[in-house]
Ligand binder design. Structure first.
Ligand code: ISL
Length: 530
């Protein structure tokens, strides 16, 4: 292939801004804090940062309820702070990707205030207003992702408005050309400031059925499932017309050189890949969450990789995500030991990897006392385990009281072991998870086989996964033990000498012979001929 572009060869690091670094002692992370920690990300070896929303917001959904798309919430700083952060990032060669939240605004956004003020207001049609059903109830059975009906009654104007998430997050009407034009100008505002790309929130939600048909019942729904699972989201999202909208967004991105578009999409594989768009005119990277959703099993992972590679459109670039601010932490899902193997998998697969802040120090699910719960989903549907706060706790930088994150009281608690589990301590330990991430990132950047090479599974049996990455003369074998027992693996081809490039154990003790390797429990290795 030709020289890979930055978002193809690079690694994206997601920052949840409330939790990365506080600079003013209010217990909440901010832009000056992010700027101060850019050297760390450079040291670690990230190529781009994606920052979750930093815009003015009542914070009903911690920033995913935007009240002004072209400004910065005071809790995070100012536009000047943003520009300074961006300039410093660019000085270090780090790209900056912003979170664009186009599906809904805050109910405090001036557009919605106008829209709600009267049925005749010019902005009425900027949102999705419907008359009641004949019985006076909600217009149809569409649910909110955070529980309950997706329709909110507005007494003064006698209609319902639709909200796929909180009632404080009314959905915009993307069928309205004026909405589209306004939102494209938002993109231009940030692109003009030098932003390198966007991660687009719930991009598959933008267009809803024009007849507002009821969603069908989900035959697999169980009573202890969250509300949203009761119906299949057939008519409320992933409508065919959405692709024309994304193509328009992409045209705006392409008005500027070297920018990129990521789409957040939770859909089955065959639907997901349609978001590359016809002739690749859609998202550059439709986020691939299969590693998050898959069982931790060699054959399943192999099948997932094979099916994904086969489903990609010609020229479509793959990507892999291991965690984000909506999902349980990887170390929680598969355990601390296997989280090291997962790091090796993520950073040796073909395609752009996205890391979630804190996973590099092995943060696990941090328990949140009931009186400190923030997540509105947890508050709406308590006890189901849907709460996202445990994956959003502050980054741990040092063994100090505020973990180097804050001089005040952190908005969410630290992990109980923060005095050992922090960047300062783990940087000094050549065997730590942090050291492993840094070694993997370094290797990925320096080896053509990893950044741009081909992928081929050699074996997927029981607890072991063996694959090859290959580019010209550069050949690497990745052997992963997804289990807790030792495993002997046959190496491919004629017996020949092999050299250990990296073990997840970060030592040299792996037993390698000309025709086989002995993997220790929970060990992954990268080998090269020679
Ligand atoms: O439907 C889901 C998975 O099948 C949900 O996980 C949901 O679609 C997803 O969480 C959407 O997330 C994004 O939009 C939300 C916001 O709360 C999340 O933080 C954001 O990542 C609303 O803006």
């Amino acid at each position: 292939m030709s020289e890979p572009l930055w978002w193809q060869s690079g690694v994206v690091y997601q920052i949840y801004p409330r939790s990365f670094q506080d600079s003013d002692g209010d217990g909440i992370g901010d832009l000056a804090g992010i700027r101060a920690r850019l050297d760390y990300l450079h040291w670690l070896g990230a190529d781009a940062i994606w920052i979750s929303p930093i815009y003015p917001s009542p914070m009903a959904d911690t920033g995913y309820d935007v009240a002004d798309y072209c400004a910065i919430d005071p809790v995070f700083g100012s536009l000047d702070d943003f520009d300074a952060m961006l300039a410093r990032a660019h000085d270090l060669g780090l790209r900056v990707i912003l979170d664009f939240v186009p599906n809904h605004t805050s109910d405090q956004h001036p557009w919605f205030r106008e829209s709600r003020s009267s049925r005749h207001n010019p902005k009425r049609d900027w949102y999705i207003w419907r008359d009641p059903a004949p019985d006076g109830g909600a217009p149809n059975n569409w649910r909110s992702n955070f529980g309950g009906s997706g329709w909110q009654w507005d007494e003064p104007t006698g209609q319902y408005y639709y909200h796929a998430f909180l009632k404080e997050q009314p959905d915009l009407n993307w069928r309205n050309p004026a909405v589209r034009a306004a939102m494209y100008d938002v993109l231009r505002f940030w692109l003009g400031r030098g932003v390198d790309g966007f991660r687009v929130d719930v991009i598959w939600h933008l267009i809803k059925d024009d007849e507002f048909r009821d969603n069908p019942a989900n035959p697999d729904y169980r009573p202890d499932d969250p509300d949203i699972r009761e119906f299949l989201q057939v008519w409320s999202c992933d409508r065919p017309e959405v692709h024309a909208v994304i193509a328009e967004m992409r045209e705006v991105i392409d008005e500027y050189a070297d920018r990129m578009l990521i789409g957040e999409i939770y859909l089955p594989l065959e639907r997901l890949v349609t978001y590359y768009g016809e002739n690749l005119a859609g998202a550059h990277l439709p986020f691939n969450f299969q590693l998050i959703e898959s069982d931790w099993n060699a054959r399943r992972i192999h099948r997932m990789i094979r099916e994904y590679e086969a489903a990609l459109p010609a020229g479509g670039w793959p990507n892999w995500v291991l965690g984000n601010h909506d999902q349980p932490r990887i170390a929680r899902r598969i355990g601390a030991d296997q989280a090291r193997v997962a790091a090796m998998l993520l950073l040796t697969l073909r395609g752009t990897p996205t890391l979630y802040y804190g996973d590099e120090i092995g943060l696990e699910r941090v328990p949140i006392p009931p009186d400190r719960v923030h997540d509105p989903w947890e508050k709406n549907e308590p006890g189901l385990g849907v709460g996202r706060d445990p994956s959003r706790t502050p980054m741990q930088w040092e063994a100090a009281d505020g973990a180097g994150f804050t001089t005040g009281r952190p908005w969410l608690p630290f992990s109980g072991d923060h005095r050992e589990r922090n960047v300062a301590v783990m940087r000094q330990d050549p065997g730590s998870m942090l050291s492993l991430y840094r070694r993997l990132l370094d290797l990925r950047r320096s080896r053509a086989a990893l950044t741009a090479g081909s992928y081929r599974t050699l074996e997927a049996e029981g607890h072991t996964l063996l694959f090859e990455r290959h580019d010209g003369d550069d050949e690497l074998i990745v052997a992963l033990n997804l289990g807790r027992e030792p495993h002997r693996l046959a190496l491919p081809g004629e017996p020949r000498p092999w050299k250990l490039v990296l073990s997840t154990h970060l030592d040299e003790a792996t037993r390698i012979e000309r025709h086989q390797v002995d993997l220790r429990p929970n060990e992954g290795v990268i080998l090269q001929p020679g």
